[in-house]
Structures are given as C-alpha cells and as structure tokens.
Write a protein that binds this ligand. Structure first.
Ligand SMILES: Cc1ncc(COP(=O)(O)O)c(C=O)c1O
Length: 405
C-alpha cells in the first residue's frame, strides 16, 4: 500500500491551470501568448555560475558528501553574516539542499512525529506554496490553514489558534517574503512567533527564497536570522531558515539552496539526508560558492524586477486592485470576480496566463464558524517574462479587465 498521505494530496496548481486552458486557442492564434503564471525567473544566469561549472566538470568523478564541501558551507555562512548579521556555524548549523522545495518537504518528514497522542499538526498560511501541504500529508500530520487576508496584512496570525491546537503543533511554515502576497514578517511578528515557539516547542521553518527580490537597495526584508539576532537568540533555537539561488540568482535549474539553524535539528536532518540521498553535485557546489560570493548580479536582478514593476503595476492597478508587494516578483491582485473565470477568459481573449488565486488556497473555517477562501477573487501575476513583454502583457490585462466592467 502506498503512503496514505498520497491520497490526501491535491492536484498541483499548474496541472489545474493546464486543465482550465484545455482546448482553448489563445487570442484565436492572433497574439503571441505571454505567461505570467509560473514563478520561473527568466533573467540571464550570472556568468560566475557558468564559469564555475565549466571549470569544475572534473569534480563529477567523485561522490559528494551529504553535508557538502566545507567551502560551500563557509560561503553560505559568510553570506548569512553579510545579509542577516549572523554567521551560522558552517560545521554544525548549515546544510546544502537541492533547492528549497525538496528541503521544505523532507524537513517535515524528518522533524515531525505523527505518532504522538492526538496527532501532529503543521501550521501554514493560505494562500501558500503547495509543497507545505503535501509534505504535511506525507508525514502523516494534519495541516492547520491560517488565512492571509488584507485585514491581517497577509501575515500568519497564530493568535487565532486555541492552546490545544498550538500544543499539537510541531512545525510552522513561514513564507516571508510571501508567495503569492509579497508580504514581509517584521521584527514584531517574529518576536510573537518566537514567544509561541518557546511556549509550545514547535519548529519554525522559514521559507525565505524571495528574500533578495525587493525594491529599495539598502532596505532588504529582515529574515528569521536577523530577528533571532535582535532577540538574542543566536543559538537559533527551533529555527530553520531555507533559502536558495533559484530566485536570487535566476538559477532554478541549478537546484541549489541551503538550510541553516538550530544545530540539534540540523544534526537530525543530516542523518535523515544521509538515507534520503540528496547530496549536491560537486560541480554545482562549486558554482554555488561563486554565486553566494557575488552580489553584483543580484543587484542587477533586482534592478530588472524594479523596472518591470514600474511599468506593469500602475497599468494594472488602474483597473484591478493590484498594490505593490513589499517584496517578491508577484502581484496579488483582487480582480473583483471569479478568479478561475477571469484567468480562463483572459487567456482565451489575450493569450496572457495568470494563476487563479483559489488554486493556491483552501477553504478555511473561521472562529465564528463561517468559511472563506482567502484566494478566491484574486489572481497571482508573476512578473517574470522578459522586460519588453511585461508592458504588453499589462496592457492586454488592462484592456481585458476594462471590457468586463
Ligand atoms: C514560496 C516558495 N518556496 C519554495 C520554492 C521552491 O524554490 P526552489 O526549490 O527553487 O528553491 C518556491 C518556488 O517557486 C516558492 O515559491
């Protein structure tokens, strides 16, 4: 029998999108399709990555260790110190992972114990990155969905949970900057979360893979490490930070990221990964060192996103409610109608793909017993296409939205 959690998983948003568009000829074949649906970076891959790969092909002749090369862990630690003001110990507090996706999944398999009386709960935001939910199901735990709404600033608010739920909670996913809402946890939010983690003993898995996509140089979003340092928690107790080169360095295909945090959790996770068998290719490790050591390409990357937001956001916001995010490359736009219908008709008439917000979300029952879906009526617009196509896509969306008023 397969893992029973598999039957609890839901179709992935992009599979649902393909189904939604089945049989449609976009714009009657008259316009070139533009995809703002998938959050896949399209900017150039930095030169330092290509060079390091070319220079280190010979490294593939040996098996990599699960903990990675010490030089990679040192480069990550040095980057954390520059970025967050805290240098995790490269020997005990950092592990390379093959992108955050697999780590967001496998961490839960390793750190959650579903055999405890009453079962295990994992708290997550909705809308969300669906891996959080699948990881929870496959670990034999139950998700607790917390809605991100305009009213709560699109931030995870654990204060609505009962002490009973909190005491069953073993892990909380934080996504800051958030996909899809672009909201950022501030120091006060972190303080409240740390206090609850101290009280109830849950692990904080801080998904920070959009941390480098922000709009004002010198004003980077704070992360869990910065907050931990500000609170004197330099041991990173119960905190695991996840980040990767996918968005920062436009290299999603490299499959390179890291986890850093609480040394006892990292020790368990290293043991888990030894069996899991996902050591990083040594050539990719060399390329990752080069990428973490170089900030110039990241500054340029941000400049390109800034340019695209400057073009698209005012056009879109003039007809649909599409405010600037605090960070990330998404607009989380309230379209004022059924999000699936909006996305399907937009694709049919204009060839532009956006993702229906309800595909990233779930129905949530509120304290008063009512039910809501915080993704309903929203679409996620990923500003990932080439800069010259973003303006055209925004114009097409505007004209479409105007035609529906
Ligand atoms: C919120 C979030 N977390 C994690 C990931 C996975 O990124 P990667 O595995 O490339 O690091 C994504 C990818 O889109 C994401 O949106």
């Amino acid at each position: 029998m397969p893992n029973p959690g598999l039957s609890r998983t839901r179709p992935y948003p992009f599979a649902r999108l393909r189904k939604l568009f089945e049989g449609i000829v976009p714009a009657e074949g008259k316009l070139k399709p533009i995809s703002l649906g998938i959050g896949e970076p399209c900017h150039p891959i930095p030169q330092c990555i290509g060079e390091a790969i070319a220079q280190n092909i010979s490294l593939m002749s040996s098996y990599p260790g699960t903990a990675g090369n010490p030089a990679l862990r040192e480069a990550i630690s040095a980057w954390c110190e520059r970025r967050y003001g805290l240098a995790p110990d490269p020997a005990t507090e950092i592990l390379p992972v093959l992108g955050t996706r697999e780590a967001l999944f496998s961490l839960v398999q390793c750190l959650v114990d579903p055999t405890v009386k009453g079962g295990a709960k994992v708290v997550m935001p909705v809308p969300f990155y669906q891996i959080y939910e699948g990881a929870t199901f496959l670990a034999g735990a139950d998700p607790v969905y917390l809605p991100l709404t305009r009213e709560n600033g699109y931030k995870l608010d654990l204060s609505v949970l009962s002490p009973e739920t909190l005491s069953q909670t073993q892990l909380v996913y934080i996504c800051s900057p958030g996909n899809p809402t672009g909201s950022v946890f501030d120091l006060d939010d972190w303080k409240k979360l740390f206090a609850l983690s101290d009280q109830y003993g849950f692990v904080i898995a801080s998904d920070e893979c959009y941390s480098e996509i922000y709009f004002e140089e010198g004003n980077a979003p704070i992360g869990a490490m910065t907050a931990a340092k500000a609170c004197g928690r330099t041991d990173l107790k119960n905190i695991i930070v996840l980040n990767s080169l996918s968005k920062r360095s436009n290299a999603p295909g490299l499959r390179s990221g890291f986890v850093a945090g609480d040394r006892s959790l990292i020790a368990s996770y290293l043991l888990y990964r030894t069996y899991h068998g996902s050591a990083m290719n040594p050539m990719i490790q060399a390329a990752s060192i080069a990428a973490w050591n170089d900030e110039a390409h990241v500054v340029e990357n941000r400049r390109l996103y800034r340019e695209k937001f400057a073009v698209a956001q005012p056009i879109l916001n003039s007809v649909i409610d599409a405010p600037m995010p605090q960070a990330s490359f998404y607009l989380w736009a309230n379209v004022g109608e059924d999000d699936e219908v909006f996305a399907r008709e937009l694709y049919r008439q204009t060839g532009v793909t956006v993702l229906p917000g309800s595909y990233l979300s779930r129905n949530v029952t509120l304290a008063d017993g009512s039910t809501m879906n915080p993704g309903a009526g929203y679409v996620r617009i990923a500003l990932v296409a080439e800069p010259e196509r973003i303006g055209e896509a925004a114009e097409r969306i505007r004209n479409f939205a105007l035609s529906r008023k």
